[in-house]
Ligand binder design. Structure first.
Ligand SMILES: C[S@@+](CC[C@H](N)C(=O)[O-])C[C@H]1O[C@@H](n2cnc3c(N)ncnc32)[C@H](O)[C@@H]1O
Length: 307
């Protein structure tokens, strides 16, 4: 291949990606061109997320760079997620490290992150305490911490690998004040003296039913952790447990915010509305009109309701 003609080489490689690259709807930023530009930058030793491509022009690669590019293209066409190759993914305006250790943060999950920021702003607490469970790469916890620098934010995940990546992301962003713990849902915080003091709990839980997990696209099922998706027989195992346990940590008037799966919104909202531990429930739809985020407020006089 002629490496002295970057524009011609780019055009030829782009034609191949346009013909062969399979794109998934949950990664709407990816296109054949953005993919090729990211891989070209990486072959030139510049790991970039798609959102960082603005000033990048593919320039001539030396022979070693061109073989790196060819190998990266084969890996991507073989189904390796782009973010695993670049090691980068942006979320809520921040560039994060990405790896097979945790789910690659999805664009759709920003709806949960920004709903949390808006709700915390509306609460008006000067230094709110926020816990993000099922934190994965730490993207929601670090997104909230970035948009509300005075918030005290903690995160936890059952997977030690995910917690390791979340800690690396905190260091990458210079936000080591965001603390990550390992354990089942809220258990890592149960002995911490935080009962009844937390302003908000956020969670993007695994919510795919176990039977559907095996049928997911190979780019997802072969490369991302099953623990990130499997929500039990009906997909709502973790959601139900969180609804039951969150009131112990939330302060009266504090909020639980969750992302939920397609088709789960009405049922989850109904069970929250009939639970006396919560007194207000709000839902947010995605662009297709599906409920994807649920907010529930812990009843302000919850103690008074207890026998
Ligand atoms: C859908 S991923 C969300 C990751 C990240 N918060 C995001 O939005 O991209 C779900 C995460 O929940 C974690 N997880 C699964 N079961 C859990 C449990 N019982 N307790 C804590 N974390 C759990 C998985 O390891 C995975 O990181």
């Amino acid at each position: 291949m002629n490496t002295n003609d970057p524009a011609g080489t780019f055009a030829r490689l782009l034609q191949r990606l346009q013909a062969e690259l399979q794109l998934l709807p949950d990664k709407p930023d990816e296109s054949p061109e953005a993919t090729l530009r990211c891989l070209w930058a990486l072959a030139a030793n510049r790991p970039l997320a798609i959102s960082q491509l603005g000033g990048f022009t593919p320039a001539e690669l030396d022979e070693a760079g061109m073989s790196r590019l060819q190998a990266l293209i084969e890996q991507r066409l073989g189904g390796t997620p782009l973010a695993h190759l670049t090691g980068r993914q942006d979320f809520m305006g921040q560039i994060l490290l990405a790896s097979p250790a945790a789910l690659v943060p999805r664009r759709e999950t920003e709806q949960l992150g920004f709903s949390a920021v808006r709700r915390l702003q509306a609460m008006g607490t000067s230094q709110p305490l926020v816990i993000d469970v099922c934190t994965g790469a730490g993207n929601i916890a670090l997104g909230i911490a970035c948009h509300l620098p005075r918030a005290r934010v903690m995160g936890a995940d059952l997977s030690p690998d995910a917690v390791g990546l979340a800690k690396r992301n905190a260091a990458f962003l210079g936000r080591e004040d965001v603390e990550f713990r390992c354990g089942d849902l809220l258990e890592p915080f149960e002995q911490s003296g935080l009962q009844g003091t937390v302003d908000m709990i956020t969670c993007n839980p695994p919510y795919i039913s176990s039977a559907r997990v095996d049928g997911m696209a190979p780019e997802i099922s072969l490369h991302e952790p099953r623990l990130a998706f499997d929500g039990g027989p009906f997909g709502v195992k973790i959601i139900r447990k969180l609804i039951a346990t969150a009131p112990q940590l939330l302060k009266p008037g504090g909020w639980l915010l969750m992302e939920i799966g397609l088709g789960q919104g009405a049922g989850v909202a109904k069970s929250l509305a009939s639970n006396p531990e919560y007194d207000e429930v709000h839902t947010h739809n995605d662009a297709a009109g599906q409920i994807r985020v649920i907010e529930a407020r812990r009843t302000p006089d919850a103690q008074a309701n207890k026998p």
